[in-house]
Design a protein around this ligand. Structure first.
Ligand code: TRP
Ligand code: ZN
Length: 485
């Protein structure tokens, strides 16, 4: 979705990188080397403007090949079948996009899997795979600002990302009876070709076919009744609010469901692997209560349904999949439910433009846990803050400034805890009325959009009328134990 974008810095450098990587690709006819050296086959024609080649990254310097440049996706249409016994995924992904420059070539992100065929605006396109980049050369130049559609037919055994830095296992994770699909930060590409970066949010249509007896839990709302024939069931889901690629899911398997509405009237869906049968009612009830409470604190719930899913994959973590938070192999307590549901506002409705601002997701969701505790009459946010602040001056949390998440250690505890402490320090400084007005104004002004830390600081200063540079500098950007609030 076009909601303001990253500047694509140093296009020439990115192209140079792509050119050299692409030339070393062995498979098939190289489309990139030809385009990169237009003086050959194209004779003495003037070199094609470098601007016709979409960049291989969206412009996040910490993740230079995540996402892509040159276009903006409006909608994905995922028409897929999965067979858990064979671990085989196959189908067609349709992408409706808008060019933001002339494009003789553009990239998608896709990891593993085999691509059978690609069309652009209905015409066959050439393509090439280079690492996790799928490079597409349409038959005809796509003009800047024009809309275009891509169809990618592909199949194979999806493999999650494992063992890369400290991010754990993520992406499309096969389970005994289906798959657990949780893809932060860049695992959407393990199951569908995408512009895999939160800076390009899009709408999603899902049409997912599985063996009869299994369920599919994707984002948004189920459209019509699932249809079964020939031993297979097809589920149609639609997410009609902009969504970051890492929040998309098609978690599949056997599930017990409870459906209804929260007290405030928001559709609520809880689903648990049969192993977690005993947790179903609590998950349903607490998810409903917490969603309703956050709606009073953060502003109206931004999506069309809420709830949660417990699957039997022992991830040990949870993910805030849009409308459908997922808990991997454990029965979540209220704190973590409060965390994942707070992410529906902070992370999902408001998404970061670059990963270094991750505290805008995790710091806020962590602070939400403290607010929930306070609301329940348990420990107050102030006491929890004091508990963390008691850490000695050499504690790890003071060495990692959370306002600049490190790509090799993105989900460091400091991004969560010191990020949350930053909000408490701010609350102390500007007082409760302005602080809670700030939270609601923040979510309202950037609903469904992308945000940066600079924008948050500017809004906090505007609403409070205070100069807050030194507070944020100490809490977010400076190593060492802050003394200011
Ligand atoms: N955002 C998740 C949380 O705080 C944690 C997380 C990070 C995660 N990377 C992940 C979850 C990958 C699932 C998959 O709740
Ligand atoms: Zn989180």
């Amino acid at each position: 979705m076009a909601s303001g974008r990253l500047a694509i810095a140093a296009t020439a450098t990115l192209l140079g990188l792509l050119g050299s990587v692409a030339c070393s690709a062995s498979q098939g006819e190289s489309i990139t080397s030809k385009d990169a050296a237009p003086s050959g086959a194209l004779g003495s024609a003037p070199p094609r403007a470098a601007g016709t080649i979409g960049a291989p990254g969206i412009g996040d310097p910490d993740f230079p090949t995540d996402g892509n440049g040159g276009y903006d996706v409006d909608r994905y249409r995922l028409k897929l079948a999965y067979d858990p016994a064979a671990k085989h995924l196959s189908g067609v992904v349709g992408i409706e996009a808008r060019a933001i420059q002339d494009l003789s070539r553009f990239n998608l992100d896709l990891r593993g899997l085999e691509v059978d065929r690609i069309t652009v605006d209905g015409r066959p396109a050439r393509f090439e795979r280079v690492k996790d980049e799928l490079i597409v050369a349409p038959a005809e130049l796509i003009r800047g600002r024009s809309g275009f559609t891509v169809e990618v037919a592909y199949a194979g055994e999806p493999k999650p990302v494992t063992g890369s830095s400290n991010l754990g296992t993520y992406g499309f994770i096969p389970t005994a009876d289906g798959a657990f699909v949780t893809a932060e930060p860049n695992g959407a590409k393990t199951w569908f070709p995408s512009n895999d970066h939160p800076a390009d949010k899009a709408l999603y249509d899902f049409e997912i076919t599985v063996p009869a007896g299994l369920n599919v839990l994707a984002n948004g709302e189920l459209v019509g009744e699932p249809k079964t024939s020939g031993g297979k069931t097809t589920f149609v889901w639609r997410e009609s609010h902009p969504m970051a690629s890492y929040l998309a899911t098609i978690t599949m398997g056997r599930f017990e469901l409870r459906q209804g509405k929260t007290a405030a009237g928001i559709p609520n869906l809880a689903a648990v692997d049969p192993r977690y049968r005993d947790a179903l009612d609590t998950l349903y009830t607490q998810s409903g209560q917490i969603t309703d409470y956050w709606s009073t604190v953060f502003g109206p719930y931004p999506f069309s349904s809420t709830g949660g899913v417990i699957d039997d994959f022992t991830a040990g973590y949870a993910l805030e999949n849009q409308t459908r938070p997922m808990y991997g192999g454990f029965n979540p307590d209220e704190g973590i439910i409060a965390h994942e549901l707070a992410h529906q506002w902070f992370g999902d409705s408001l998404s970061i433009r670059r990963w270094k601002d991750l505290w805008l997701n995790e710091g806020f969701a962590t602070y939400a846990e403290w607010l929930w505790s306070e609301h329940k009459g348990d420990s107050t946010a102030e006491r929890i803050f004091r508990g963390h602040y008691a850490a000695g001056p050499s504690a790890a949390i003071w060495r990692y400034p959370p306002g600049r998440a490190k790509p090799e250690d993105l989900f460091n505890n400091s991004v969560y805890t010191r990020g949350g402490m930053t909000l408490h320090a701010l609350r102390q400084r500007i007082g409760d009325p302005v602080f809670f007005k700030l939270l609601k104004t923040w979510t309202a002004e950037h609903k469904y959009g992308n945000v940066t830390t600079e924008e948050f600081v500017a809004l906090a200063e505007k609403l409070s009328g205070k100069q807050l540079d030194s507070l944020f500098e100490a809490w977010l950007f400076t190593a060492g134990k802050p003394t200011e609030w």
